[in-house]
Design a protein. Structure first.
Length: 220
């Protein structure tokens, strides 16, 4: 699995997978320095407190068993960009453990793009509630992946929702990701959970409507 904590910058995790890869949410960052040499093309970002290089690669070359050289747009110091970063762990050819920091997707930031807030890393030894929050983010992403798989296979009726509803939920999730909003699957939850299991919509303190009778319970 990918690293299951928020200490790894930029902290805001979008997805974890079983291949040791962590994908972060889109961020608006500023290029601090660009590197282009024998080790490939990479960028440092002003907002990165560790001042690490995040690499940009081409497509995976199965024949060569390595990534092709990056052939996309090159960026310069001071450029504002929207990026989705990724961290991965892997086994090197000599059998030792390795890790990579990648720019999964990148594009120039628009004039209306807002700088990403500096997220604080989780403090070591925090409560289990913080760990549970991180797991909830990962679990929500996994649920969306399952929904996409069921929709692609035409099996949404097996969980009691229509294909149209599934596509609408997936579209909303995609828009939220592009706008750097937290993944919200509350609509899917409402469709999956029977109405009788839903919490009452009206608070207990609400006054009864005209003509409505309400039992008053006496505590002994």
């Amino acid at each position: 699995m990918g690293i299951r904590n928020e200490e790894l910058w930029p902290h805001d995790i979008f997805k974890l997978d079983d291949k040791g890869r962590t994908t972060f949410n889109w961020k608006v960052l500023t290029v601090d320095r660009a590197f282009d040499g024998q080790y490939g093309y990479g960028l440092k970002f002003v907002e990165d407190p560790d001042e690490l290089i995040w690499n940009l690669k081409g497509q995976w070359n199965e024949q060569e068993r390595q990534f092709d050289a990056y052939a996309g747009k090159k960026y310069q110091e001071g450029d504002r960009v929207e990026v989705q970063l990724g961290h991965r762990t892997y086994t090197k050819k000599d059998g030792s453990a390795g890790e990579g920091r990648d720019v999964n997707r990148i594009r120039p930031a628009s004039e209306t793009s807002q700088p990403s807030p500096q997220a604080e890393p989780a403090v070591q030894g925090t409560s289990t509630g913080d760990f549970r929050t991180t797991n909830q983010k990962a679990a929500t992403g996994q649920v969306l992946n399952i929904l996409v798989s069921l929709t692609t296979a035409g099996l949404t009726d097996s969980i009691g929702i229509t294909e149209e509803a599934a596509f609408a939920i997936i579209k909303e999730a995609m828009i939220g990701n592009l706008e750097d909003r937290p993944l919200d699957l509350s609509t899917l939850h409402t469709l999956l959970v029977p109405a009788k299991e839903q919490p009452p919509e009206r608070p207990a303190t609400e006054q009864p409507e005209e003509g409505e009778e309400r039992e008053v319970l006496k505590w002994s």
